[in-house]
Design a protein around this ligand. Sequence first.
Ligand code: UT7
Length: 337
Amino acid sequence: MGNDYIPLRIAGVGYSVPETVITNEDLTKLYETSDEWIYTRTGIKERRVVSGNETALDLGFDAAKKAIEKAGISVNDIDCIIAAASVPPQLYPTLACTMQAMLGIEKTIPAFDLTAACTGLIYALQVARGFIGAGIYKTILIVAADNNSKITNWEDRGTSILFGDGAGAMVVTASEDGIDDILSIKISANGSIGQMIQTNMPSKCCPLVKQADTVGDGLIHMNGKEVYKFAVSTVPSYVEECIEASGMASDEIDYLIPHQANQRIIEAIQNRLKYSDEKVISNIKYYGNTSAASIPIALVEGVEQGKIKLGSTAVLCGFGAGMTWGGAVVRLREGIC
Ligand code: UT7
């Protein structure tokens, strides 16, 4: 951005996960697998899933309320809602519009969903930065909420071991002290390899015309090996580029808070940055891959558990369906969560 843009402040962050825990042992009731196989390949021991009438909306609402409280704002201060949702309970009304109503926001502020799968939080942050930087909006609520478990094929042991449900939320505002909490941010996509992770919607053509040869089942289909290769070949060098763009040296940054997709992918990024374990935030063991929510969940839980001290800096990175990927170097001010 140019020199005359308005800097952004990360004012509040919150998260929410469902109560119900599905362990690796539980999955052995569904297909032939073992805790040992899953844990050694992914670092995952358990994940949380919604049950009954609970959806990503409930999780998103809970996370949003926490982020709003931490930001010390009222819901009426919010002038735009961006939901990073790839598995919303409804395509429309969008998760963002329903969130506006659930929060009791009476002003007709804009609200929209943005789909960038597991990179959604970083995409939303970049969009919010553009709005705030240009002076269009002052206070934006980002909600990253997904219920992957509802579109997981629970007969497919290659994908259903990985995903979990959760939500994260972030309130970002125009920075009043002139300090920008985003030191660098980059988002990217390559649609030509997009078929690596697909969810094809069930649909029918008009009954008066020829029907399509194949009909989507609405479930996640993934070529795990290809996604793994893509992630380890693309993300570590991308993270280095983000750090370079921030003007900071890699060892000056306090934490790496990566998207939680696979512990081995996290370690590939860690090894590239030569970071010690204390600098790398990983909670994949307990939540699996919660899509766009994974970064804010790892951030807030890291603070709660004393792994992250605020008044610090962190490099965030995400990747996922699209294929999309993104990274940011951010300032984590005291009191944000
Ligand atoms: O946000 C992006 C999200 N996606 C990712 O990050 C995915 C990245 N990829 C991965 O994490 C890994 O590819 C997986 C963990 C999904 C799979 O590990 P893999 O080492 O690539 O296994 P594979 O799919 O190549 O399967 C190897 C073998 C196969 O058996 P055969 O054909 O060699 O006899 C599978 O049938 O392991 C078998 N297998 C399993 N065995 C026990 C696949 N899933 C399981 C399972 N338990 N859950």
